[in-house]
Design a protein around this ligand. Structure first.
Ligand SMILES: Nc1ncnc2c1ncn2[C@@H]1O[C@H](COP(=O)(O)OP(=O)(O)OP(=O)(O)O)[C@@H](O)[C@H]1O
Ligand code: SF4
Ligand SMILES: [Mg+2]
Length: 363
């Protein structure tokens, strides 16, 4: 284990089983899958003091992983360690305290009937963070920390804007002095003008409090200037992990390239959003054989339909300790052509004959 790992996720899976009516089972002769694979062997570490961005399309499993990390749902299999110790299925009060979640929707995540002061006081007393006589002072300190003032203590959630409610939700998470924040799309429900201020707040929590943050986002653009590392998720797997600058400069998975290429760019006064991927992600009920990305991949070869690539460090990095860790779950990771603003869609040059030791035949 990396000495700096606060959380380490090893081979974590999550499946949901559904009952199918008897008639449907008979009609499909039992061939239709009744199990949905939300997570399919996740390996990931969260390092002390970093903001790790977790990015991927809707349905890729980001929230499922976030909920497993905070203990609100259980994994089907696999292990999670916290500071090197395996986390029990039923979290202790101390573990619950140390890993806190900030949700996407600040409107529904706060109880509308409880004032901000009462909400913070309840938590501070329940977790014995400060003695009763210091609760008010500590609550004010928390509000100041997230950019709000004392007046908020007597107000109710409905009296605040979306951005202010998200600040209050962050104060609530901070109240119990966690060492990890799991933030599940905390800015996607906010106006664009407010998003940047909340992103700045997360950056300051890392810089000034040394918090470790897993920041979930749909969109790479949101995390480009916030996170130290990025993990890209596709259909229940991590398909690429790298330091943020390295990931943008040298993406080594075609899916990451498509995400980067679809970031809106200002071109001669207009905004262009290039859509690289065709179609929706395959159903999590029927994950494609081989590389799960192959039905949408512009570089796919026959080998990609037969081999399921593991998340491996780039081979050409070898043992060079000076280069940042960069891993990809693509058979062609080391051989993909240099990335431009948009990945090549066709052409023999996109299908080099050797990579990760596989001989590839173009589809
Ligand atoms: N409680 C549940 N029961 C059954 N299926 C579920 C449940 N929760 C999530 N899923 C399924 O698991 C898969 C992953 O869902 P998840 O919410 O983790 O995706 P996500 O990446 O967070 O998506 P989004 O960006 O839309 O929030 C999806 O196919 C989803 O439908
Ligand atoms: S393994 Fe093949 S299909 Fe999968 S991402 Fe790489 S090139 Fe594309
Ligand atoms: Mg989600």
């Amino acid at each position: 284990m990396n000495e700096q790992s606060v959380l380490r996720v090893s081979n974590v899976t999550k499946t949901y089983s559904f009952r199918t009516p008897l008639l449907e089972r008979l009609a499909t002769k039992g061939t239709k899958s009744t199990a949905l694979t939300a997570l399919d062997g996740i390996n990931l570490e969260l390092r002390k003091g970093e903001i790790l961005a977790l990015v991927g399309e809707s349905g890729s499993g980001k929230s499922t992983l976030a909920k497993i990390l905070v203990g609100s749902i259980a994994a089907s299999s696999g292990e999670i360690t916290h500071n090197g110790s395996a986390m029990p299925a039923h979290r202790t009060k101390d573990l619950t305290r140390s890993i806190q979640m900030v949700f996407q929707d600040p409107y529904s995540s706060l109880n509308p009937r409880i004032s901000v002061g009462s909400m913070l006081a309840e938590l501070l007393l329940l977790h014995k963070i400060v003695p009763r006589r210091e609760v008010r002072q500590e609550s004010i300190r928390l509000l100041n920390r997230v950019g709000m003032d004392e007046d908020a203590l007597d107000a109710y959630p409905s009296q605040f804007s979306g951005g202010q409610r998200q600040r209050i939700a962050i104060a609530r998470a901070l109240a119990v002095r966690p060492d990890v924040l799991i933030a599940d799309e905390p800015v996607s429900a906010l106006d664009v003008s407010v998003q940047a201020t909340i992103l700045d707040l997360f950056a300051s929590l890392r810089d000034e409090l040394g918090l470790t943050i897993l920041f979930v986002a749909h969109n790479l653009a949101v995390v480009q200037h916030l996170s130290q590392r990025v993990a890209v998720m596709y259909l229940g797997r991590i398909v690429e992990v790298a330091e943020t600058a390295e990931l943008f400069a040298n993406p080594r998975h075609p899916y990451t390239r498509a995400l980067i290429a679809s970031i809106p760019r200002m071109t001669a006064g207009s905004v262009s959003t290039e859509l690289i991927l065709s179609g929706e992600p395959p159903s999590p009920f029927e994950i494609p054989n081989g590389c799960r990305f192959h039905p949408r991949c512009p570089f796919a070869t026959i080998a990609c339909t037969e081999n399921d690539p593991a998340l491996l460090p780039l081979a050409r990095r070898g043992g060079d300790a000076d280069l940042p860790y960069h891993a990809s779950a693509c058979l062609l990771a080391d051989a993909l052509p240099q990335s431009t603003s948009s990945p090549a869609r066709t052409g023999a040059s996109a299908h080099p004959s050797q990579s990760h030791g596989n001989s590839q035949e173009a589809l």
